[in-house]
Design a protein around this ligand. Structure first.
Ligand code: PLP
Length: 379
């Protein structure tokens, strides 16, 4: 099987598994316990936090471990919006992950926040002039993803951050897809808060982290024993935190080389598919694109049909967002970049990893061309 659905999830790296194992067996202490086993767990948790702080370019106290990307994003958006006295206005984009859109909708429905959506262009980049016109004196938070999970477009969050800061507001960046490929430190992203998820990086599902400047007051979502400096109560998942830190360290050590190598494979895949299927349309930006994502429309087919054809030929990919899988609605991301609803149903996303090879790419392009041809001949 050729696995090209790494934007949905990745396998756990062996080094991560080996680092986690002791904390599920012998070193199973609760970091809050006052005995040697508890102290050892607390020390390991502190060391994992310090490693992640290095990755985010923050202080360890500014890193909060969560149950994944969704929780990190919920904590950032609701926690910052409810924690700051500045006002009740939030700005976001139409191409954010549901974790962002639904958290903001919750603030609108339950807390009366006013929400503005900044338009994106045909390749999914935020319109900076429009953003400048939307940020107000009562804007508590702007939330923008570093890279889109469906079309792979990378935002200029540094420019967005400069604009947001000049207006005195706060920027949260969803770096779940960008992590491992781009520099996701707060400084590089121009952000005050950044969310990541372990399972996109070779750590297990169900662990993530939020890094947020300590000057931000964050209203917690989970109340209880006051762990994570009160930002997230609940006994810490030491094993998962250690695993996330190892995954972050490994991906940051090899990032420049991996990004260049995988971007070349991605470009090879794009070129091969464009040659084999002349009517295929690449979505997203050619220039500002994650190394890992190549997403196409195959007009006149159905995305689900192409996926099935690919799977029959041993290639696993996706019709876009894993979260929207099974839904018959066209992707809101594709609609937001101006793709018509019928063409939007023909989307197929290939997402690569550092394990992807040139042979995988060649085989995937052949399989895609065959799958598309079979569908278009059948009609
Ligand atoms: N944000 C983006 C851009 C994503 O792609 C995803 C997952 O697909 C998430 C957030 C949610 O992360 P998690 O699956 O860890 O909850």
């Amino acid at each position: 099987m050729i696995y090209l659905d790494n934007a949905a999830t990745t396998p756990v790296r062996r080094e991560v598994l080996e680092a986690i194992w002791p904390f599920l067996t012998g070193d199973f202490g609760n970091p809050s316990s006052h005995h040697a086993l508890g102290d050892a767990a607390a020390r390991s948790l502190a060391s994992a936090r310090a490693q992640l702080a290095e990755w985010f370019g923050t202080r360890p106290a500014e890193v909060t471990f969560t149950s994944g990307g969704t929780e990190a994003i919920n904590l950032a958006i609701k926690g910052i919006a409810l924690g700051q006295p500045r006002g009740r206005h939030i700005v976001t984009t139409p191409i954010e992950h549901e974790a962002t859109l639904e958290s903001i909708d919750f603030l609108r429905r339950v807390h009366g926040f006013d929400v503005s959506t900044v338009p994106v262009d045909a390749v999914g980049r935020v319109d900076l002039d429009a953003l400048a016109g939307l940020v107000r004196s009562d804007t508590t938070l702007v939330s923008v993803m570093a890279a889109n999970n469906e079309i792979g477009t990378v935002q200029d969050t540094a420019a967005i951050g400069a604009l947001v800061h000049s207006a005195g507001s706060v920027l949260h960046v969803d770096a779940v897809q960008a992590a491992g490929w781009l520099d996701t430190s707060l400084d590089a992203l121009g952000a005050d808060a950044v969310s990541i998820s372990g399972h996109k990086l070779g750590a297990p599902k169900g662990v993530g982290a939020l890094a947020a400047h300590s000057r931000l007051v964050i209203e917690p979502l989970l109340h209880g024993g006051g762990q994570e400096r009160g930002r997230r109560s609940g006994t810490e998942n030491v094993a998962a935190a250690v695993g996330l830190a190892v995954a972050a360290r490994l991906s940051s050590a090899g990032r420049a080389e991996a990004s260049g190598r995988v971007a070349a494979l991605r470009d090879d895949l794009i070129a091969r598919i464009e040659e084999a299927v002349p009517f295929a349309r690449l979505t997203g930006s050619r220039e500002h694109r994650l190394p890992s994502i190549a997403s196409f429309l195959f007009p006149g087919t159905s995305g689900e049909g192409v996926l099935l054809g690919l799977e029959e030929r041993g290639v696993v990919s996706s019709s876009g967002s894993a979260c929207a899988a099974g839904s018959d609605e066209p992707s809101p991301v594709l609609l937001a970049v101006g793709i018509d609803p019928v063409d939007a149903q023909t989307a197929v996303r290939f997402s690569l990893s550092t394990a992807t090879t040139a042979a995988d790419v060649e085989a995937a392009a052949i399989a895609a061309a065959e799958a598309v041809r079979a569908l278009t001949q059948l009609r």
